[in-house]
Ligand binder design. Sequence first.
Ligand SMILES: NC(=O)c1ccc[n+]([C@@H]2O[C@H](COP(=O)([O-])OP(=O)(O)OC[C@H]3O[C@@H](n4cnc5c(N)ncnc54)[C@H](OP(=O)(O)O)[C@@H]3O)[C@@H](O)[C@H]2O)c1
Length: 336
Amino acid sequence: MAKLLVIIGVTGLQGGSVARLYQNLYQKEPGRRIRGITRDPTKPSNAALREAGIELVAADLDDPSSLDRAFEGANAIFAVTDFWQFLQQPATFAEAEKTGRLPNQVAMDHEIQQGRNIIDMAAKHLAGLDRLVLSTLSDSQKWSNGEIRWNLHFDGKAKITDYLKTTYPDLAAKSSYVQMGNYLSNWRMLPIFAPQKQADGSFIFYALAKPNGKAIPYVDPPNDTGYFVKALIDAPAGITLLGYGEAMQAEEHVALWGKVNGVRARFEQLTAEVAREAGLPEFLVLEVTESGMYSSSYGWDGGDPEVKHPKDVGVDVGKLTKVEDYFRKEDWSGVL
Ligand SMILES: NC(=O)c1ccc[n+]([C@@H]2O[C@H](COP(=O)([O-])OP(=O)(O)OC[C@H]3O[C@@H](n4cnc5c(N)ncnc54)[C@H](OP(=O)(O)O)[C@@H]3O)[C@@H](O)[C@H]2O)c1
């Protein structure tokens, strides 16, 4: 078990889950500590983490020297990068305009740079490090043989993983990877992702999937991520884990949602036309529709034979969130 676990993204969905699980474990293990990285440790919303005994340090993924300090003494590091935040920043759109690229290309380049900063600095602390667990996604260009070109929130993460493996084999020998599945909470991300009430009282639940596509691995990151990361810290390095609680086709997911809420609901594919009508800008239409085509044609992990499932690597699968459990615990009143 790690003596000092450093968590990037501790204030977020994935990192917060890792922090809560380890805080519970470490209460029974004196001498073991958690250090969480945030850009602003003093934020009032971070009080709960501090009160739980987690050391919060200020560091920025854009500032390697701050990561160097934050990784001091780390035995284990959990790292996640956040692609989507860049698409809420005016600087991304200004740079896209200036350089003639799409905003999602600029966002991917920024995410890759942050990932490289994490890896460069983790490599500086290799001697004391037992495990780096990187939150990543599969390489859609590679596994689709070039058919999928715009699933950039996947491909940037895959490039970060490639950078780690090719630049620092010694660090890679101490690393494992979690490819987080499809967040069950994605319906909150954009209005068109939520079930849409029809005039007859039934619902259409659009999904980024084609009919009869590959099963989608669903995950509830605030609950489940900690269990994946613990399994990857406890097991030997070199594992790539698909992080999910339950996999099913989009059709089954929607039918279950209807059953839980006692309404008629049907799945429809979120096509480019639907996305455009919903007001998504063209770069986002590309990103979300190609992402759906990739995962439902090739699989979330692209069919990579090396990817393991939670039950194969010692994850406490009984603690993971089933789709129906998630539907029952959510408040759907705003949608219904
Ligand atoms: N939606 C899906 O279905 C899905 C599936 C698989 C993977 N993902 C990936 O999950 C990632 C997001 O993870 P999440 O859900 O845990 O994110 P989140 O809840 O939005 O939290 C983002 C975290 O990143 C930290 N952060 C952002 N920029 C930072 C910086 N410059 N320096 C230091 N820390 C920084 C934030 O910390 P502070 O704000 O406190 O600094 C926060 O803790 C995305 O890249 C997405 O592509 C999503």
